[in-house]
Design a protein around this ligand. Structure first.
Ligand SMILES: C[S@@+](CC[C@H](N)C(=O)[O-])C[C@H]1O[C@@H](n2cnc3c(N)ncnc32)[C@H](O)[C@@H]1O
Length: 285
């Protein structure tokens, strides 16, 4: 038996092809996430801690447990399976587009005409995307905190939603930001919170974090002016992407914009949008 010097014997858990197929089918049905054969190791690695916590000895028993206790276990399961990589101002060209012409002008016009702007960060992970958007809006829309400008940030993974809502990050998460942005939009922790930063209250007031499975019902009415769904659909198969893009089109206002991730495309999947810039799509009327 292998040994881990700090923790003692390393317990291995039996994980058969059938177990992997059962988990893969469940993940796809419940979350839309499509796991390739190459993800087998990842699934094993991500779930062993959960098996250990539950005192379950092998994956077959865990599959039985999961199916019998979906109400409670689904959250732990999906939290373990999701990949949450993100950062502040990731794929910065999208934020530059929001701050520049012609998109910025369009947003100001919409705000003037409708008295409100609505944004949705769908698959927001730990919140950096939503706060980057909030910073961009705060820096470019006059008096934004006194206007009806709101960002909804949602994710399937309840742990990342809680992190986003708290708005507290290790200081190194913002090291690439300019000194001015750091000073203006983040508060440095001290004492027990040394090494951490907290997002400014005004920005936090603009963003509402909620858990939401994109595969389920969407309780919000919209319409949204801009939706971010970046680096999320890459985990879904094409039919699931097609359904999702169609639902986003239904949720956007006329000429509304959808941003997707750098390795994602709508080509040959959905015809309800026009590609206007790299990974930026405008809803067709
Ligand atoms: C790689 S992160 C992308 C975060 C951010 N949008 C970005 O581009 O930096 C993908 C996120 O999608 C979420 N996700 C995956 N499947 C989902 C689903 N069915 N419903 C909602 N969120 C989902 C994951 O939990 C994860 O936080």
């Amino acid at each position: 038996m292998a040994m881990n010097r700090e923790r003692g014997p390393l317990v291995t858990f039996e994980f058969t092809d059938r177990d992997f197929t059962r988990l893969r089918d469940l993940v796809r049905k419940l979350t839309g996430i499509s796991l390739s054969d190459q993800k087998r190791e990842l699934v094993y690695g991500r779930l062993t801690r959960r098996l250990r916590a539950l005192g379950i000895a092998n994956f077959r028993d865990y599959c039985d447990f999961l199916e019998a206790n979906l109400d409670h276990e689904l959250e732990h399961f999906t939290n373990a399976i999701t990949t949450n990589l993100t950062s502040f101002f990731r794929e910065n060209h999208h934020f530059e587009m929001i701050a520049g012409e012609p998109l910025h002008d369009w947003l100001l016009r919409r705000l003037q005409e409708n008295g409100r702007l609505r944004f949705w960060s769908a698959g927001c992970s730990t919140g950096e995307e939503a706060y980057s958007l909030a910073i961009t809006l705060a820096e470019t829309i006059p008096d934004v905190f006194n206007r009806d400008v709101k960002i909804l940030a949602t994710d399937l993974d309840t742990n990342v939603v809680a992190t986003g809502r708290a708005g507290i990050y290790p200081e190194n998460r913002i090291e690439a930001l300019s000194g001015e942005r750091k000073r203006t939009w983040f508060q440095k922790g001290s004492g027990d919170s040394a090494g951490m930063v907290k997002v400014a209250d005004e920005l936090r007031g603009m963003v509402t974090f909620n858990p939401l499975n994109l595969m389920g019902d969407w309780p919000m009415r919209g319409p949204f002016d801009i939706i971010f769904c970046r680096n999320v659909v890459i985990y879904f198969d094409k039919p699931t992407q097609a359904t999702l893009f169609d639902r986003y089109a239904n949720m956007l206002c006329d000429d509304g914009v959808l941003f997707i991730g750098h390795s994602e495309t709508m080509a040959e999947i959905c015809t309800r949008f026009d590609l206007v810039a790299k990974t930026m799509y405008r809803k067709l009327r």
